[in-house]
Design a protein around this ligand. Sequence first.
Ligand code: 3Y8
Ligand code: NAP
Length: 244
Amino acid sequence: MGGTTEASQLARALAEGWVGAGRRAVFSYAGRTARPASQPLPLRLGGFGGVAGLVDYIRAEGITHVIDVTHPFAAQMSNNAVAACANVGVPLVALQRPAWVAGDGDNWHHVGDIAAAVDALPHQGARVFLAIGKQTLAPFAIKPANHYLLRLIDPPEGQLPLPNTTVIVARGPFETAGDQALLAAHGITHVVAKNAGGTGAAAKLAAARALGLPVIMIDRPQFRERPMCASVAEVMTWLTAHSA
Ligand code: 3Y8
Ligand code: NAP
């Protein structure tokens, strides 16, 4: 189950080391974006239909191993996978990159969720870089007197929930120099980020540090207990260890 930089890296390793050895694999996307990245594995798009739908899919497709490489904020998918795999009795492992930690020169304010991120913003006059996707914009509408620079993967359909916005349509992974130029060009005063970890979304943090900007860092949701791997190589070892 993909949707992150690490999922694309694992797909390449599986295509070579697993499918290359005559085994089968399928890459699953939620279907959130108009044109998901292509993968070297067969793709399936869209939700499974909750835990029951995932149980049916695992059984119908004869899935023998589930690898959860979804985003650290995709808690519902991850929790559904724990329940479904326990129900069917197939092994599950998650590959999740470590959370970012503030370094020298960082000016971070940790908050627990989107609502707390909104609370942490001024009531007016701020110029805020929101790189948290389009699904979580509505809560910021209670502070309309700030200007919001939005980075989205697909052009927004219909009216945005915020009056003062500039929209950038771009797909990560992003580079520090590009993000620093973007933040400076728009006179950004605050950056809001999810603690995604990894490399694909980290550029804005380095850019904020270079520009001396505060970052409102949304901490990760809680997950149900599950076996974890910390690298693609570890997942490939786990697969071999759990295969007849
Ligand atoms: C659909 C798969 C790859 C994977 C790239 C990573 C890094 C680049 C940067 C910013 C932050 C954000 C957002 C972001 C990044 C990677 C990785 C990551 C952040 C794709 C992808 C899917 C999604 C869904 C999308 C969300 C949105 C989140 C934009 C594919 C490209 C903000 C998360 O418009 C929408 O509805 C967007 C929805 C979920 C956050 C949200 O909650 O709205 N990602 N992102 C997956 C699916 O269909 O199952 O389409 O190719 C994957 C990536 N996005 O190797 O190319 O590994 O995290 N994606 C965040 O972390 O902050 C942007 O702009 O600085
Ligand atoms: P979520 O809230 O945990 O999941 C909501 C529902 O979306 C799930 O219950 C499932 O539907 C479906 N779903 C999610 N990931 C799926 C996958 N890989 N394959 C099939 N169905 C999936 O997930 P989300 O936060 O919306 O993220 C959606 C996708 O975008 C994930 O693949 C994630 O890796 C990627 N992504 C998310 C973020 C982020 O910030 N949230 C950032 C980068 C990438 P059913 O219940 O019907 O099965």
